[in-house]
Design a protein around this ligand. Structure first.
Ligand SMILES: CC(C)(COP(=O)(O)OP(=O)(O)OC[C@H]1O[C@@H](n2cnc3c(N)ncnc32)[C@H](O)[C@@H]1OP(=O)(O)O)[C@@H](O)C(=O)NCCC(=O)NCCS
Length: 369
């Protein structure tokens, strides 16, 4: 019985395990704290537990929607690695990782759509999983936090102003939001969002027309606040975002929020810089690793058994020897020159090019790569 991941519908148990592995700030099902079983309904979330020696020592929670499947939580006990060049992986870790690979493979096959494994920076098992199977990194979500309150006063350029949300603004909110985030929220939904009991919203205007918004929402427990901020493209870089943030942070302060969360993608360069400049510190990072058919077809375990390591070392030495002997010979053809150049950096980029198949057969280097 190799597979010790067991499917479960016991959401209370999953919640307990989630609390154990996520004692600090987290993001799950749109919540940052006070998670309830109803936040992850059985129709959209699947869960598994891992048992060892009669104890639960891991759990997995996957969310499947129309576009993708995301393994949101993947935790298990591990011995881990104490440095980056530790040669031998612990056999118990390897067994658990292989069992987990099978589980993720099943999730991907069942979902039949792109699947991602989401791993926070403080999850050693998840990171070992990504390393062992060389999963490509797709993107990262940053949870940045700060206390509400002071933002340096900004003078807005002529024609701009900030005012509270007014009925009718939701049309502009929806249009700006959808353009910024490639979403399809309609005006009604936006109105409910912007004017809900836990929200206070602000509109940035240019000659009276909305060009940006800030929806400041107090989350469960009243101690956490999060927000949605967007400025229309043609009006960015004029301190509108800063003025909206200042209004939003004051609103949070009035409502006794202690921590304000800005979650944003690590690739969103303006937002990363904007939040850094305004005193947000990164509290947690979630990396999304892609599992698709290509990844599944060729599982590439690394750092695994000493056998594999020895074989890789042998191949590497052969490669070095070959490189010394035949460099001049190899310069004759164009692609080979590229190979030699690349080999000096010990990595062949040509294999990624469309012609690589051809080179794979004609260039002896390729044998070793
Ligand atoms: C992030 C965003 C709200 C910033 O709004 P903005 O009105 O352009 O911001 P400001 O003019 O107040 O800029 C304040 C600071 O942010 C940083 N910043 C803003 N735009 C930047 C960019 N394109 N590149 C790098 N830094 C940038 C700068 O440090 C800037 O200070 P400076 O002008 O003294 O250099 C805006 O780019 C936006 O709406 N983006 C799309 C939606 C989004 O990503 N929202 C946040 C994610 S939840």
């Amino acid at each position: 019985m190799g597979d010790r991941w067991r499917a479960t519908h016991d959401r209370a148990l999953i919640l307990r395990l989630h609390r154990r592995w996520n004692p600090g700030l987290f993001e799950l099902a749109g919540q940052y704290s006070h998670l309830r079983p109803s936040d992850f309904p059985a129709e959209r979330f699947n869960s598994w537990t891992h048992r060892s020696g009669g104890h639960f020592d891991g759990f997995t929670l996957a969310h499947i929607d129309d576009e993708r499947a995301v393994v949101q939580e993947l935790w298990a006990k591990s011995t881990g690695l104490s440095d980056w060049n530790v040669p031998n992986w612990d056999s118990r870790d390897l067994r658990r990782l292989d069992e987990t690979w099978e589980l993720v493979r099943r999730i991907q096959e069942t979902a039949g759509r792109p699947t991602f494994v989401r791993v926070p920076n403080d999850n050693p098992f998840g990171r070992l999983f990504a390393i062992r199977f060389q999963l490509p990194l797709e993107t990262s979500l940053l949870l940045a936090t700060r206390r509400p309150g002071f933002v340096r006063y900004v003078r807005l350029p002529a024609g701009y102003g900030i005012r509270p949300y007014g009925v009718g603004d939701e049309v502009a909110y929806a249009s700006i939001h959808n353009r910024c985030f490639n979403a399809s929220v309609d005006a009604d939904e936006m109105r409910r969002w912007a004017s809900g009991p836990r929200q206070e919203s602000f509109t940035a205007t240019f000659h009276g027309n909305p060009v940006g918004f800030f929806i400041a929402e107090v989350r469960r427990g009243r101690r956490l606040g999060d927000f949605n901020l967007a400025v229309s493209e043609g009006h960015r870089g004029r301190r509108i975002g800063t003025a909206l943030l200042a209004a939003g942070l004051r609103s949070f302060e009035r409502r006794e929020v202690t921590t304000v969360i800005a979650d944003h993608w690590a690739t969103n360069a303006p937002a990363v810089e904007f939040y850094r400049r305004h005193g947000f510190g990164i509290a947690r990072t979630y990396d999304f690793f892609r599992i698709d058919e290509a990844t599944l077809e060729v599982p590439k375990p690394v750092g695994a058994d000493p056998e594999g390591r020895a074989a890789r070392l042998r191949r590497y030495r052969q490669l070095r020897r070959f490189d010394r002997v035949s460099r001049r010979e190899h310069r004759r053809q164009d692609h080979e020159v590229r190979y030699c150049g690349n080999l000096r950096r010990r990595r062949c980029r040509n294999l990624r090019r469309s012609t690589c198949e051809d080179q794979r057969t004609t260039c002896p280097h390729a044998v070793y790569l």
